[in-house]
Design a protein around this ligand. Sequence first.
Ligand code: PLP
Length: 306
Amino acid sequence: MKTAESLSIKTPLLESLPLSQLNQTRVWLKMEAMQPSGSFKIRGIGFACQQHAARGVKRFISSSGGNAGLAVAYAGRQLGIPAVVVVPESTSDRALHLLALEGAEVKVHGKTWADANQLAQSWVTEQDAFIHPFDDALLWQGIAALIDEVVEGGVRPDAVVLSVGGGSLLSGIDQGLTQHGLHQVPIYIAETTGMASYHAALVAGHPIAVDHLSGIATSLGARQVCQRAFDVSKTRTVVGTQVSDREAVDACLAFLDDHRTLVEPACGAALALLYGQKLPLASVENVLVIVCGGSTATLNALQAFK
Ligand SMILES: *Cc1c(COP(=O)(O)O)cnc(C)c1O
């Protein structure tokens, strides 16, 4: 399924009978959890890395200990370009292990992500490409292709459900919908209450840094969403809903039973909108849920949280 042009694969588009029945509509799952790096991130990051590779960069540098770092490591291995990932001391052993498996050079530095990011930035030379986890037009372009696959699969959604962290997924999906003339389609976004930086931006009227992030949906942990993601709310209906960590975890476990796929709480947040019947879908025929995936959760960790 992987073509010469793309590091991401074409993922399955599945109808969820349990979620369709529960919400009295047709619910379609875009199974990004099946991507080689475990999340949708490889769509944007793979695309960006290929562009940088084509102009001859010698190294990729990232400061993410999560799914973005994993996608950079995967892209580096596939393209034969070394990937360096600088992560803070708080990074889990599991994440370090997964990065090492991909063959990335991992440097643990500093207490916070800002410390790690500062060191990573200081290493970037003209020969390198720094790969941002969410704020780059190349990422959004790569992610937009997801909607091409949905439309080719015969589904023109009239509502989309997805999770928001820094906002690359929202930006890319908005771009893909717009490219297919789906301007009127509302996007229902999910955040956990401890990671609600899009909510904060909507309240403030512009992207704003939240003082304090908390909870287990660490892949949603951007203190401030990117401007592009905020701007989507000016041209399209964007409806924000917050769920508890508990609801996100419960949704992950229900989804594992229903669809035999383990996802992170960051993804469970979006699924919780459907498991909790939180959306006004009475007049909607086809709902598209981006099952964004995630590699850092384990079944043990989810059960321990419960
Ligand atoms: C990165 C990520 C998100 C959030 O995506 P943004 O583009 O930062 O909004 C959600 N879920 C998972 C699993 C992720 O890896």
